[in-house]
Design a binder for this molecule. Structure first.
Ligand SMILES: [Zn+2]
Length: 238
């Protein structure tokens, strides 16, 4: 009897200890790094097209996304503290690495004769500033992240914007020259870039200029993040 109660007590203690350890663990709060595009060494992103610039649209959606992800239990880090702060693409990637991000979400707007959104991930090795990367596991996980983001964005945005699908970095202008985007080459964590709209398109620009469009895009991306890396409910909150 005494023996039984002792082992029961020990088992109970072990359960309580493991729950306490889990409660303190940050494994339940994945870190998401949001990278609002520009100003960078590529461009300042400040050209106004149909009433809004890329740097502005990316910043506004980033702040909404930050709020949504925090509310959902994520730890969130932005790559810059203010809309017009210049940060190079290498330094942006280093934020993701330093924070050991579960995912880096890069927000941009495209400019082309086409329209709509597309999600990019590194699909091959690239070389920039003397570095070749990313490694194959980053490429694989980035693709999974891009696909998760795409499912959520397509579901939430519906027919409001044209769906450009999931694409390899090598299809971008810079990626075509380097093999991958600089932000991907330097990334040691999964990274996906959302070209949220094609700003040169009047309809797309009107969508992202509208706070309702910004809200919808932020919510769609938050749902994609959740799909890729869910927040596990911690034992202490249940
Ligand atoms: Zn851009």
């Amino acid at each position: 009897m005494t023996h039984l109660s002792l082992s029961t007590t020990l088992a109970l203690s072990a359960v309580l200890l493991s729950h306490a350890a889990l409660g303190q663990s940050t494994a339940h709060r994945p870190t998401i790094v949001i990278d609002p595009g520009h100003p960078s060494e590529v461009s300042d992103g400040a050209t106004v097209q149909h009433g809004i610039s890329e740097v502005r649209a990316s910043w506004l959606v980033a702040r909404r996304l930050e709020t949504l992800l925090r509310a959902r239990g994520y730890r969130v880090v932005l790559t810059k503290p203010a809309e017009r702060r210049m940060v190079t693409n290498v330094d942006r990637a280093e934020v993701g690495n330093r924070e050991r991000a579960a995912l880096v979400v890069r927000l941009h707007c495209d400019a082309s004769s086409d329209s709509g959104y597309a999600i990019y991930y590194p699909d091959r090795l690239g070389t920039a500033h003397g570095r070749t990367g990313p490694d194959t596991s980053v490429m694989r996980r980035s693709r999974e992240a891009a696909e998760s983001l795409h499912v959520a964005v397509a579901a939430r945005i519906g027919t409001r914007l044209k769906d450009g699908g999931v694409r390899g970095d090598s299809r971008t202008f810079v990626g075509g020259k380097q093999g991958a985007l600089t932000g991907s080459i330097f990334s040691e964590v999964p990274v996906a870039l959302v070209e949220m709209v094609t700003l040169s398109n009047r309809h797309d620009a009107a969508f992202i200029r509208d706070p309702a469009g910004q809200r919808l895009m932020a919510r769609a991306i938050a749902e994609g993040v959740e799909r890729y890396v869910p927040v596990e409910p911690s034992s202490s909150s249940r």
